[in-house]
Design a protein around this ligand. Sequence first.
Ligand SMILES: Cc1ncc(COP(=O)(O)O)c(C=O)c1O
Length: 275
Amino acid sequence: MTNALPAPAVAGTENPLAPATLTPDATESGSNRGIKSGAKGGTTALSPPDPGNALADVRAALDAAARQAGRDPRHVTLIAVSKTQPADRVRAMFAAGCRDFGENYLDEAVAKQDALADLPITWHYIGAIQSNKTRPLAARFHWVHTVAREKIARRLSEQLPPGRTLDICLQVNIDRDPRKAGVDPAGTADLLQAVQALPGLQVRGLMTLLDAHAPPAEGYGRLARLFETLRPFATGPWDTLSMGMSGDCAAAVAAGATHVRIGTALFGARQVPGA
Ligand SMILES: Cc1ncc(COP(=O)(O)O)c(C=O)c1O
């Protein structure tokens, strides 16, 4: 069994060659591993995949990976990574049955959230956090997966609208890649203790993005072991391992992922701005 999900089925295209504007997004490490050679045609296609088919394929692959690992598939939440996708495609994916969406860019996310305000979507923020933009994050998202500094957590806590809570994952730079964001594994216990003391924040667990070339079973296994090591320090719910993308989510589920973040396998290749 490979770690890659099948690439989404694509309506109305027989030519697998991608136009220049539909190159897979390779701007973030690990975002395009192994996803392009799926059973139903490449993701480099002219028209986007049918949301219902793509969602069913991805869900089936996650369920199979969970069962193979002896896990209950209901314990794996699928977050559809909708960055760069227009609101109408998010709406279509919602209509197909997806309830959790992940966004990386705040301004883009805010516009989409406004356009989709009629839908009961659970919004996950999975991008880099600028400290001057924490207020809308605190007000508009249900989850923030990318907290790696106490300063950011403090701002989120202070800026939470009254009566709201925010679910948090600590982003760990599990392979200590100097190009990547995330707290060093050795600093995670201190960060956990600082963040969970802040009002309104519920620290649920850990998140990571693996290096593009790292063997996923190893990296995700390391995050899962760190998660267990930290369990005695957690004062709140400690139930979330946010790890796995289109190209490696089966390995992530096998290692214990409770939330996988899938973009390409659901929506097709992302359009790179300016390409
Ligand atoms: C943090 C994060 N998780 C998951 C993904 C989804 O990656 P993929 O499109 O390979 O599924 C992305 C994509 O940019 C991402 O930035």
